[in-house]
Write a protein that binds this ligand. Structure first.
Ligand code: GLU
Length: 444
């Protein structure tokens, strides 16, 4: 059996009931086959792959909190510190009822390669809880965040592990988490990113993941001789990534005609109204059923259906495994040119293979959504020098990073004779730097 197959088998048997983690490991290791086979003997002796697929450390803890009626609830908190070969652990916190150890491990594993691709000195980690923020009051959110940080603060720090937001964690939650960290540790340091501008946050961090996705998409299309301006796009989701991806797509001359939440989706043939979306989601924290009140010519549909619309470019920006084989078939039969992932692993393995086989340009999340964490690293730099840069400066650096990632993944794919396979390109380019750093640091 090949080394890769042995390691995949071991991951599956040692980590039962973690299908998303298996999926992420399989996707990465399968696509690294040419690199690993070239060095199989050395890597096997060094147990390099075993070290790559096992987190350096993982924490699981109880999070008790009191709701507005005086009822006590207990959630489970997680932080997985996956790999620190190239810098302090870095990665978001996700608050969603679907969170379990397998989800956090898949996200942490992806984060290692994504962070490497940014070219910045950040290792990979991820955390979160099965707490459901939907429908909770501000006080309940604060109570949860304070309890969560009371435990988490033991494991993190500006030079060790720097969490940020993810699904369910935005500016409000980061504020409560930062306040509690400072209170317990007595340290005013850049221990979290995605902070508010009045207490050490970076301009353009809020927009960064969505903007970065579009910078990469535009560049990748350009490499393939296609212009983004004038193209029709579908976006799924309606959170931070979806909102700013839509805004940047419009600024670049494309038109986004869809968005979605967990109950349904919107089709607005005139183009999604970003101001309306922001008000519904960021101010009112309401559902997308409200969108029709702002745009009477739009359609609202229950359930899923974003990928049924005929578009040139599809941008999945909601969550993992939201674009299935059937959706991929529909996109291909509608003549879709490119799928670029704003979320983490939104496309299933079968759907990805189908898209690639049918010559759809496919950019994996670890490259396409790296703009968020890259800008978090820029926030860390600003915190370290106790200065803050202008919006234009941060945005220009973000753009440069995304353009560099695009060319690096393209070049890595070409180097291994798989031109146009950006999944391979991203995994190879991300892996090479991590492996180099791990080899240099000995058996740790
Ligand atoms: N949660 C984001 C991601 O998946 C951002 C992480 C960060 O800024 O540390 O990359």
């Amino acid at each position: 059996m090949s080394y890769i197959d042995e390691v995949i088998e071991e991951v599956v048997s040692k980590n039962p009931s973690e299908p998303e983690f298996h999926q992420a490991v399989k996707e990465v290791l399968e696509s690294l086959r040419p690199v690993i086979e070239e060095n199989e003997e050395l890597y096997r002796r060094e147990a390099l792959l075993e070290r790559i697929v096992n987190p350096e450390r993982q924490f699981k803890f109880r999070v008790p909190w009191v709701d507005d009626k005086g009822q006590v609830h207990v959630n489970t908190g997680y932080r997985v510190q996956f790999n620190s070969a190239i810098g302090p652990y870095k990665g978001g916190l996700r608050l969603h009822p679907s969170v379990n150890l397998g989800i956090i491990k898949f996200l942490g594993f992806e984060q290692v390669f994504k962070n490497s691709l940014t070219g910045l000195p950040i290792g990979g980690g991820k955390g979160g809880s099965d707490f459901d923020p939907k429908g909770k009051s501000d006080r309940e959110i604060m109570a949860f965040c304070q309890s969560f940080m009371t435990e988490l603060c033991k494991y993190i720090g500006a030079d060790t592990d720097v969490p940020a937001g993810d699904i369910g964690v935005g500016a409000r939650e980061i504020g409560y988490l930062f306040g509690q960290y400072k209170r317990i540790k007595g340290l005013y340091e850049g221990v979290l990113t995605g902070k508010g501008l009045s207490y050490g946050g970076s301009l353009a961090r809020t927009e960064a993941t969505g903007y970065g996705l579009l910078y990469l998409t535009e560049e990748l299309l350009k490499i393939n001789g296609i212009e983004l301006a004038g193209k029709i796009c579908s976006v799924s989701g309606s959170g931070n990534v979806a909102i700013y991806a839509t805004q940047k797509a419009h600024q670049l001359g494309a038109k986004v005609v869809t968005c979605s939440d967990s109950n349904g989706w919107v089709y607005d043939p005139e183009g999604i109204d970003v101001d309306a979306l922001k008000e519904i989601k960021e101010v009112k924290r309401a559902r997308l059923t409200e969108y029709k009140n702002y745009r009477p010519n739009s359609e609202y549909h229950e359930g899923r259906g974003v990928w049924s619309i005929k578009v040139d470019v599809a941008l999945p920006c909601a969550t993992q495994n939201e674009l299935h084989l059937e959706d991929a078939k529909q996109l291909v039969s509608n003549g879709c040119l490119a799928v670029c992932e704003g979320a983490n692993m939104p496309t299933t393995l079968e759907a990805t293979e189908y898209l690639q086989k049918n010559k759809v340009i496919f950019a994996p999340g670890k490259a396409a959504n790296a703009g968020g964490v890259a800008t978090s690293a820029l926030e860390m730099s600003q915190n370290s020098e106790r200065l803050s840069w202008s919006f234009e400066e941060v945005d220009a650096r973000l753009k440069r990073i995304m353009v560099d990632i695009t060319h690096n993944i393209d070049a890595a794919a070409k180097r291994y004779d798989c031109e146009g396979n950006y999944v391979m390109g991203a995994n190879i380019a991300g892996f090479e730097k991590v492996v180099d750093a791990m080899m240099a640091q000995g058996i740790v």
